[in-house]
Design a protein around this ligand. Structure first.
Ligand SMILES: *Cc1c(COP(=O)(O)O)cnc(C)c1O
Length: 384
């Protein structure tokens, strides 16, 4: 049977996920409860322990809570790469602070660490690296820069599960706080959801309070004080960012499959790499020596000697039923962020954006579907 179209993404949801969600629906407990506690414990254990994992309803919420717990507020500056999703920068504005956009390194697509250092001012409080497409930033070097200037690090790991830097898993490799995403098309999903991870008990305590309306249940001892079930204090105007047990039930099953998912994506990447080696394409950045890549996205860039430009390449792919995406139009080109970029230049991100396309790469993609993507890409770039 010949394949006529391949979507950019299709989630990998099996019978086990469906059974887990069904069981939760039948249990009578839908919102944050035992499944969420189990998901948080399993996530912390997956990272090897030594951290607290706090489940929330998106990575955007995770980033917001992380910055809030790091004490970011009006007058502070937070350094963010321009090549990212708008959520990375918008959470800085939630807190009335100023996002300072910095160009990326075209070799890695991660934030350029030399430019990070040049962008630091006395107002800088936090740096937010993005492990782009699942390729880890150089967290060793970034930690050195942050320590030299007294800064905190909140890494946006929305693309990066599972991945590691020099053998140390994401979530434990140099950031003060890490945010993960379980959005529908990420490397594992809860439909919508996220996780904040930190090894700092004070940061974790603040995040837990702010995640749910600023309610501090720990002021009473839950187990010995009979009033603990109904008396509570509110210590801050918090947020409504908790994750449902329905989502956590799904997350528990997906987390159990995360390593298999990662292995499947790596195999698909190897097949694309081999099939595209002779084409006028810049293939995705490799991980640094000693690092592990989650391969959330497979991003190719059209070389100057390609027979078509990026926009025509996308049109040709779409005409032939291949789903694509572009990661990302840089933030400095967006209406809302332009005022924060006056005088700044972002030549690397502009160049990458002008020639990049993300091809389908997902756990549920069949061999035949990937074969079809390869056939169409080769046809457009060699057959033309
Ligand atoms: C998906 C994504 C987010 C936001 O994740 P949500 O869970 O949808 O809030 C943030 N940053 C990056 C880089 C992302 O790709």
């Amino acid at each position: 049977m010949s394949i006529t179209s391949v979507p950019f993404f299709r989630p990998s949801i099996g019978e086990e996920e469906i059974a887990a969600v069904t069981e939760c629906l039948r249990s009578g407990w839908l919102t944050t409860g035992p499944k969420t506690a189990a998901f948080e414990a399993a996530f912390a254990a997956y990272l090897g322990g030594g951290v607290e994992a706090i489940a929330v309803n998106s990575a955007t919420a995770a980033l917001h809570l992380g910055l809030e717990a790091l004490g970011v507020g009006p007058g502070d500056e937070v350094i963010v790469p321009t090549l990212t999703f708008t959520a990375t920068a918008e959470v800085v504005r939630y807190l009335g602070a100023t996002p300072v956009l910095v160009d990326v390194d075209a070799e890695t697509l991660c934030i350029d660490l030399e430019r990070v250092e040049a962008a630091i001012t006395p107002q800088t409080k936090v740096v937010m690296p993005v492990h782009f497409a699942g390729r880890m930033c150089d967290m060793t070097r970034l930690r050195q820069i942050a320590d030299r200037h007294g800064l905190r690090i909140l890494d946006d790991a929305a693309h990066a599960l599972p991945a590691h830097h020099q053998g140390v898993t994401v979530g434990k490799c140099g950031a003060d706080v890490t945010a993960f995403s379980f959005y529908a098309n990420k490397t594992m999903t809860t439909g919508e959801g996220g996780m904040v991870v930190t090894a700092d008990p004070a940061i974790a305590a603040r995040i837990k309070v702010m995640r749910l309306h600023g309610i501090d249940r720990d002021v009473f001892n839950r187990f010995t004080d009979p009033r603990a079930s109904w008396v509570y204090d509110v210590v801050a105007p918090g947020f409504k960012y908790n994750l449902t047990d329905i989502a956590s039930a799904l997350g528990l099953v997906q987390l159990g499959r995360a390593n298999d998912f990662g292995r499947i994506r790596a195999e698909r990447v190897a097949r694309y790499d081999a099939a595209f080696a002779d084409l006028p394409l810049i293939l995705p950045p490799r991980p640094a020596e000693g690092d592990g890549h989650s391969w959330h996205l497979y991003i190719v860039q059209l070389r100057e000697d390609a027979p078509v430009n990026r926009d025509d390449f996308i049109l040709a792919l779409k005409e032939r039923g291949i789903g694509i995406s572009v990661h990302y139009r840089p933030l400095h080109q967006m209406t809302v962020w332009k005022p924060f970029c006056e005088g700044g230049t972002f030549p690397q991100a502009d160049l990458v954006f002008s020639r990049c396309v993300s091809l389908p790469l997902f756990m549920a993609m069949s061999d035949a579907e990937q074969g079809r993507v390869i056939e169409v890409v080769r046809d457009i770039l060699v057959g033309a």
